[in-house]
Design a protein around this ligand. Sequence first.
Ligand SMILES: Nc1ncnc2c1ncn2[C@@H]1O[C@H](COP(=O)(O)OP(=O)(O)OP(=O)(O)O)[C@@H](O)[C@H]1O
Ligand SMILES: [Mg+2]
Length: 329
Amino acid sequence: MVPIPMGGRARAGGAGDVYAACMPSPGTVVSVINYKGGVGKTTLAANIGAEVARRGRRVLLVDLDPQASLTFSFYRPREWEQRLADSSTILQWFGSVLDAGTPDPLHKYVLTPPAVNEIIARHGPGQLDLVASHLELVDVDLDFAAALGGSRFQRGSPRYLRLHRALADALEDPQFQAYDVILVDCPPNFTMVTRTGIVASEHILVPAKPDYLSTLGIDYLRRKISELVSDYNRVVGPAGTQINPTILGVVLTMIQYGSGGPINAQRNYIAQPSSIEVPVFQQGIRENKTLFGPTGEEGIPAVLTPNANPTVQYELQQLASEFLAKIRI
Ligand SMILES: Nc1ncnc2c1ncn2[C@@H]1O[C@H](COP(=O)(O)OP(=O)(O)OP(=O)(O)O)[C@@H](O)[C@H]1O
Ligand SMILES: [Mg+2]
């Protein structure tokens, strides 16, 4: 891990607001989530993260998915197995959360993937870090359920808040104030691990393919998030820290273009999120099986891959600009 200097962004403040100008603020935490699998969550987390870092920002990616695709976007499986799996992934950190004592500081698990950072360093002071995942994270939900005293996450359990807030609390560590953006790649489900991501987030980004199932799930996801938020805030009570993650927007991915724009079969689905009044990013990402396929350069997201399709790279860059504007950094 490359050490990150302390300091971070100053809070926005008016001229002369010396206190505000000196106070470091934590990075903006955004969870990338959709129930539907294979819609581009991991691809967008990796590419937005890499592009924002290329522009000189400090970005942390947190891989909460037991499939560990985000982790394997930056490390070869063999390297992961030999160097990271036993002691340097979020599995060990969640283990420490579930132990009765004080959890390990999460910053102990931060990695700096080399290949992508070599490219980022050519452009400026940005950095892209990663908390890696583990295939056995799939079992952690059972441990969470046991710790909460039942499979339905009993709200009366005194451990409810501590476990739901685990990631949020960990990210309050001053070490994380050096990041401008923290992107959390969630699995395609709503298990306890995913819930820790949502509770820690200011915003939710929802990638969706323009097809029936991907867009159908958006309304359901919105309801589930709002149920979690109201349950959580009720348990915290008015005196506690309430949460209010907002849906930053739906990003349409894998759009297929014909000569006159997106193909007919996808047009209705592209309009679908707006029709249920969910914000939608103006910039979508077209389908490109070469750039996002297995021939992609190892350890380097498409947006930074040298000599890659310029149209898709342009779309990813525009998406990153829109993302930064929406989170106001
Ligand atoms: N714009 C695109 N064009 C073509 N293929 C793409 C595009 N975006 C992503 N893919 C490919 O689609 C597959 C699924 O993408 P990705 O892993 O990002 O989805 P996901 O939502 O994270 O999936 P999961 O729910 O399994 O975590 C991957 O093989 C990825 O390389
Ligand atoms: Mg994924």
